[in-house]
Design a protein around this ligand. Structure first.
Ligand SMILES: [Zn+2]
Length: 277
């Protein structure tokens, strides 16, 4: 297709950040770290390879997710405890904070709530930055590996994709049927996963730099039900949706103590939901 005469001029307009970094007040990380320093571990849940598990985190407490035994990517779903309607909103988190998240970023909930579910307080992979391929860690781009795309691409069924792992774990925890639980499973935080876009804009992954002992810690801005899947892709350096990759457990820890100084649970969006009528 031929270009219009003013194509160069149209392309040359400067980009404008949709949500500049100062659009939101910064997270009070010093107060969060002080609270974490005084917290004690009150719970530990191990997620077996190619499976998922749930943990409840009280409001104002901390969730730490650790790599153990070997490199492993985790697919995380978050809900407000007791209200599955309020869940993690990957797309808006991406718009507000960028394609990959790190310390100080919030994990936002869906409409009509749009408030932080959690805030990232620690990340031992914070050193990774952006590699020569444009790869970064902890993306909110990918959706989760799932048996439907697997079926579409390979014509075969694989039942231990993150989508199915999350569905089984949520059903077991809530008593919902698999079909009911599946409808609550949502786009994830791809914890420890290393991803980016190539020059043609195609989504890529490469082996995660995570090693045993690495972790990410979140402040629960609300009471949380966290559901974590150990991706069947392992470090996601090759493929997923099969039993081919080396897979390892992940550990979820709950740390409780005094809530951070000055902290209060965020209120839901004050928008009146009249939508112009
Ligand atoms: Zn997966």
């Amino acid at each position: 297709m031929s270009e219009p005469a003013d194509a160069a001029r149209r392309r040359a307009v400067p980009p404008v950040l949709v949500y500049p970094p100062d659009s939101l007040p910064p997270a009070p990380l010093a107060a969060y770290r002080d609270a974490l320093a005084g917290a004690e571990r009150t719970g530990t849940v191990t997620v077996p390879p190619r499976d998922a598990a749930c943990v409840e985190v009280p409001s104002g407490a901390f969730l730490r997710i650790l790599s153990v035994e070997g490199p492993q990517v985790g697919d995380l779903n978050l809900f407000r405890l007791g209200d599955l309607a309020e869940r993690f909103f990957s797309g808006k988190t991406r718009a507000l904070h960028g394609t990959h998240v790190g310390v100080g970023d919030r994990l936002w909930s869906c409409f009509p709530y749009l408030r932080p579910l959690a805030t990232i307080v620690e990340d031992t992979l914070g050193w990774y930055g952006t590699d020569a391929d444009g790869g970064r860690v902890h993306d909110v781009i990918g959706t989760r590996c799932d048996p439907y795309t697997g079926r579409l691409l390979s014509g075969t069924d694989y039942h231990h994709c993150c989508h199915s792992n999350l569905t089984r774990a949520l059903a077991a925890r809530t008593g919902l049927t698999l079909a009911e639980a599946e409808g609550h499973v949502h786009d994830v935080l791809n914890l420890f996963m290393c991803t980016g876009f190539d020059a043609e804009g195609r989504y890529f992954m490469k082996a995660s730099p995570v090693r045993p002992g690495d972790y990410m810690t979140f402040l629960a801005e609300q009471p949380l039900l966290a559901v974590l899947s150990t991706c069947p892709g392992g470090d996601c350096g090759a493929g997923h949706s099969s039993d081919a990759a080396a897979c390892h457990p992940l550990v979820m820890e709950v740390w409780e103590g005094a809530a951070p100084d000055g902290w209060a649970e965020p209120a839901p969006s004050a928008y009146d939901r009249s939508h112009g009528l």
